[in-house]
Design a protein around this ligand. Structure first.
Ligand code: AMP
Ligand code: MG
Length: 451
């Protein structure tokens, strides 16, 4: 394998060299063979002792520096406190980051932190990120999870694990805050442009990030995905969804749904996600102002005008995504978005019911949308059932199944995880045992992050 250290070479002041800690009993728990092959990695080698050592950061790598607005407050010193960039691999002229999480303390670790993660939280990220990829959402991918043989104390004692993920890059909005404060803004912007927006000027770069993030978050909204911790350090420049901590899929549509145990104000609740994305992009624009124009006022004006256009741009994208998924007009897509506010269905089941209705089997959809004339106006647009089938999934990672698979994995039984992973990575195929919401609802369901 030819490993690059491109980011560290170009931006040495934005990284710190680090090593993964030695692990008592590393065992490969899951390997994404298909992804490994796509990246040109030798799966036999990855399974070997030398391969595992590499994945655990034993050959060294770099912790990446960043800052971030966490729940609205600026934290200048963040960075990879338990993770490291192993390096990049090249595929068809594009670099892909290999990044390991849970590898031990780094120069950016907070006092008192352990640099580790639980096996269960790493498996959770593996499962949900691979599901998101299969659902067509821009996302980091997962290459492997390794159990380290260490116990970690998180409420109760749990096995620790390391996740190795793959991304177009790990450059975050928060990386720009850090670079702006440390005098490396232009270097980082030039690097990010060369890697993700070749040929763009700084203004086009910002607009490009906005467009890609709007597409990403709009697809979250279509699927009922709640990220849970949309801090600026968890918002990428590439547009990839990153950091699956307290994320969850909503069952029974409700804009104020929050699952994260640390989000008591509901800042990152389902319906707030578009506004928070706009807020995060405004923070990015602030960091980039000096690059927009040599005249500071002109730079601020550009940032302001572009941010002013965000809301309308997002709404347009959301309508158009919905219209494509349901194979209908944007007017009816708007009516759909209004109708689900009233009837609050499970949106995956609602989309399936609309595919059935397009096929002439209207009863389930009538039940879901009673009291509105949405269904009639929908059917009047003559949606193609095959087009809807091809666009809306049957299977999302539902919380009950995810929790059951993770509890079994923690106890050493990987079968439920393997079965669920297969279902969520083939989300258009029928998997009846994973298609229904929790009969008891998800009221009171909580997710935890940073574990
Ligand atoms: P996250 O919530 O995963 O986005 O992490 C937020 C910040 O906390 C990042 O700077 C992480 O590197 C850091 N962090 C989270 N958990 C740990 C841990 N167990 N040890 C050290 N740093 C951590
Ligand atoms: Mg993070």
């Amino acid at each position: 394998m030819h490993l690059h250290h491109d980011y560290a070479k170009h931006l040495p002041d934005l990284v710190s060299a680090t090593h993964g800690e030695e692990q008592p009993d590393p065992q490969l728990v899951v390997l994404n063979e298909e992804l490994a092959v796509q990246l040109g990695l030798d799966t036999d080698w990855l399974r070997s002792a030398a391969g595992l050592n590499f994945l655990l950061g034993g050959d060294g790598g770099h912790a990446m520096a960043y800052s971030g607005f966490q729940f609205g407050s600026f934290n200048p010193q963040m960075g990879d406190g338990r993770a490291m960039l192993l390096g990049e691999v090249e595929m068809d002229g594009t670099l892909w980051d290999l990044h390991a999480k849970g590898t031990g303390l780094t120069p950016y670790s907070r006092l008192g932190a352990d640099g580790r993660g639980t096996l269960s939280s790493m498996l959770r990220e593996y499962l949900v990120s691979e599901a998101m990829h299969a659902l067509g959402v821009p996302t980091t991918r997962s290459l492997a999870v390794i159990s380290t043989g260490r116990p970690t104390q998180r409420g109760h004692v749990q096995p620790a694990g390391v996740l190795v993920r793959v991304a177009a890059s790990h450059i975050r909005v928060g990386t720009f805050h850090y670079a702006a404060q440390s005098g490396h803004l232009q270097d980082l912007a030039d690097y990010a442009i060369a890697r993700h927006y070749p040929g763009a000027d700084y203004r086009e770069f910002f607009q490009g990030v906005m467009d890609r993030q709007i597409a990403t978050v709009s697809s979250w909204m279509r699927l009922g995905f709640i990220h849970g911790v949309m801090n600026t350090d968890n918002t990428t420049i590439s547009g990839e969804t990153i950091d699956y901590g307290p994320c969850a899929f909503m069952e029974a549509y409700s804009p104020d749904t929050v699952f994260s145990s640390i989000d008591q104000q509901g800042r990152y609740g389902f319906g707030n996600q578009p506004a928070i994305l706009g807020w995060n992009l405004a923070r990015l624009a602030e960091s980039l102002v000096p690059l927009f124009d040599t005249d500071i006022n002109a730079g601020v004006n550009f940032a302001q005008e572009t941010i002013n256009g965000f809301q309308e741009k997002f709404a347009t994208q959301r309508r158009s995504d919905m219209a494509t998924a349901l194979d209908t007009s944007t007017e009816v897509a708007s009516a759909y978005l209004a109708a689900i506010q009233l009837s609050r269905p499970d949106i995956t089941l609602a989309h399936r019911a609309l595919a059935d209705a397009a096929r002439g089997h209207t009863l389930p959809a009538q039940e879901l949308f009673t009291g509105t004339d949405f269904l009639d106006s929908y059917l009047a647009t003559h949606p193609s059932p095959d087009a809807v089938d091809a666009a809306v999934p049957r299977v999302i990672p539902r919380n009950m199944a995810v929790e059951a698979a993770l509890r079994a994995a923690e106890a050493g039984d990987m079968q439920p995880f393997t079965d669920l992973l297969h279902a969520v990575t083939h989300p258009w195929h029928p998997h009846p045992s994973y298609e229904q919401p929790d009969p008891n609802g998800l009221a009171g369901f909580l997710t935890y992050c940073g574990t």
